[in-house]
Design a protein around this ligand. Sequence first.
Ligand code: SF4
Length: 239
Amino acid sequence: MNQSDLNHDRQLTDLLANAESYFRYFQAVYGDKIYLEAEIDSISLTRQERKQLGFANLGYEIRHCRRCELYKTRSQVVIGAGNPDSKILLIGEAPGFNEDKQGKPFVGEAGNLLDKILKSIHLRREDIYLTNVLKCRPPENRDPEPHEQKACLNFLMDQLELIQPRFILLLGRVAAQALLKTDQSLVQLRQKIHRIGNARAVVTYHPAALLRFPKYKRDTWEDVQIFQKLLRGDDDLQR
Ligand code: SF4
């Protein structure tokens, strides 16, 4: 069997596995009847069921996405992790080497550092939902190109729509500029409360940047203190 046959076999196996999990989900929600898309609208679902269905649809779309060239070099997509019912959302830049291998956001050394940062404000991963602007790893961890961000941003907007967060922590310049639709630098965007839809957002450094430049740890600590005050409903920050 040559390389092209192997790739074809792999794609087919992947497709069948995804189709199976998709149909299993539909069976869990709708029972054994197969509904046409138009019929689904008329079925009465709880808000939670609609949300689960939304996540399942989105996951399926992302896993099969070829909107930008990054699908060619990814090992797998990294959609997000944590508690999708949380009101707290953390958004980073893109999967790195370890994330691409494991299919989870913020693993490895940067992930360990993020856990410590979360612990300092009494949060655990299961209390929040974590995702990135891009769902596929840019080769060599280079910065995402503007057209890649543009291609992927709709998925993040769909996640926001499904999660309806009230508090967002933006990790790093790419996430901050993409979500706040600005060219301002990270330094200009820190230490402020921003609005993203109905949520309030704080900007700080990405943990991977802190591993390279530990001098920013102090600034990060100051930023997450603001975020913690926001979570606690500090009156001064509500104005
Ligand atoms: S980075 Fe986003 S837009 Fe590009 S292929 Fe991956 S999921 Fe699709």
